[in-house]
Write a protein that binds this ligand. Structure first.
Ligand code: ZN
Length: 448
């Protein structure tokens, strides 16, 4: 089943409308690194906030955490990353390109058909040195996942949060993986952001909690507008499971390059806490007062990539359509994800319209992320807002000066209603929440 939009169109829209730029572009760019522009940073923040809202704020059994990127090297020895976080690397003897041995077909270089070296295991963690001396003793790693910062703080959080199990600890932050091959825009990059939840449960209840979180996380994407037919659930085969996992599901999305992982939900058992207890010498267990017993909790881990979620939301929202003989490109983003909620557009840059338009902007911007644009024709300005997914445009025309009413244009239906400026915030708030707001009482007497 082919996806409806190719990646080039998404990359081009992102560049054109200030969503995502190649990193260090004036120096020719840096492989697999991307910068989020003025619109992209809003979209990305909205994705993270939508996750934090349902995973942390709307629950009484999950708390948040923000741990450091560099951690004690012992953490990565205990977690198995130093020994196991590796990919088999082969190098072409002719063109010297490097490949992941398990990601290429055949025995020859995919670029030039040259002969390949024997595979060697390549560790994916970035290394650096802490302090002024570059020596073995000051070697540290950039974290390849945010999860370990949560495990090593388990005791701190349990004793300070006064919460009982099941208890989740959530974290959003940067992770780094020195991938051999990257690509597909922001899908696989060496620096990326993680949204991870470690949900600690009583052993024996882990299976049902895994099912629970698989459903919760799947529904999150659907509620935020991703079409169900573009999502699928895939259980890992026994041969595919990571060294720490008892069971794992992937939520896959139908990207332009085919089905690829959006999020993994793993049952990590008691692997992490047991390992850290053993290697640190500190006891990491939980006293269950109700059951009167002490045990090492099991962990269910939904782990999602922020950047690939952003990409999936962009692709799923993208549409090219023809309206009355005119083409338009539109992002049907969920209102909570849209970078800009309302755009204030005076009909033209006119000295009579500007003061009122600015007044409307000032009235809206404390409540909604609002854009003000008065350059170029109104048609071109609508198209720009459509392309960044702005749900509502508010137009101020010469009649607004007389009747103190403005026109709201809806992105998806293109329906227009006229409302008094005094009611504007109320109407937009209701519409953003998806409430069926009855604006009939506010309609202008005038026909559009
Ligand atoms: Zn080659």
């Amino acid at each position: 089943m082919p996806a409806k939009v190719d990646m080039d169109k998404i990359v081009s829209l992102c560049k054109r409308r200030g969503l995502i730029f190649p990193s260090s572009e004036i120096y020719g760019g840096l492989a697999s690194c991307w910068d989020y522009g003025p619109m992209g940073v809003e979209l990305k923040r909205n994705v993270k906030e939508a996750w934090w809202k349902v995973v942390v704020h709307e629950r009484d059994d999950v708390v948040g955490l923000d741990t450091s990127i560099m951690m004690h090297p012992g953490v990565w020895a205990a977690s198995g990353h130093i020994d196991n976080f590796t990919d088999p690397l082969v190098e072409c003897k002719s063109c010297h390109l490097r490949w992941r041995a398990d990601a290429i077909e055949g025995q020859r270089c995919p670029q030039c058909s040259g002969e390949l070296t024997e595979p060697r295991m390549f560790n994916l963690m970035f290394k650096t040195f802490m302090g002024p001396v570059e020596e073995e003793a000051s070697l540290v790693y950039l974290r390849p996942e945010t999860a370990q910062g949560i495990f090593v703080n388990f005791e701190n959080v349990v004793t300070t949060s006064r919460k009982k199990l099941p208890l989740g600890i959530a974290q959003i932050g940067k992770s780094f993986r020195n991938e051999i091959t990257t690509g597909n825009f922001i899908f696989r990059t060496r620096e990326f952001e993680h949204m991870e939840l470690e949900y600690f449960v009583k052993p024996g209840t882990d299976k049902e909690w895994l099912d629970y979180w698989v459903k919760e996380r799947f529904d999150w994407y659907v509620k935020l507008g991703i079409r169900k037919e573009n999502l699928r659930l895939r259980q890992h085969g026994k041969d595919e499971l990571a060294h720490y996992a008892k069971d794992c599901y992937d939520i896959d999305y139908l990207f332009p390059m085919g089905w690829s992982e959006l999020e993994g939900i793993a049952n990590r058992g008691d692997f992490d806490l047991t390992q850290h207890a053993k290697c640190s010498g500190k006891e990491l267990s939980y006293y269950d007062a109700e059951a009167g017993e002490k045990y090492v909790p099991y962990v269910i881990e939904p782990s999602a990539g922020v950047d690939r979620s952003v990409l999936a939301f962009l692709i799923d929202a993208y549409e090219e359509e023809e309206i009355e003989g005119e083409k338009r490109t539109v992002l049907h983003l969920h209102p909570s994800l849209a970078p800009i909620k309302v755009a204030v557009l005076p009909l033209s840059r006119n000295e009579k319209l500007t003061p009122l338009a600015k007044e409307v902007f000032k009235q809206l911007c404390p409540s909604f992320v609002t854009d003000y644009d008065d350059s170029q024709s109104i048609g071109r300005r609508y198209r720009r807002q459509d392309e960044i997914g702005t749900p509502f445009c508010v137009t101020i025309d010469f009649e607004s000066l007389e009747d103190k009413q403005v026109t709201i244009r809806e992105r998806d239906s293109l329906a227009q209603i006229r409302v008094p400026i005094g009611e504007l915030n109320k109407v937009i708030e209701a519409k953003l929440k998806g409430e069926a707001f009855d604006a009939s009482t506010l309609w202008a007497t005038r026909e559009k």
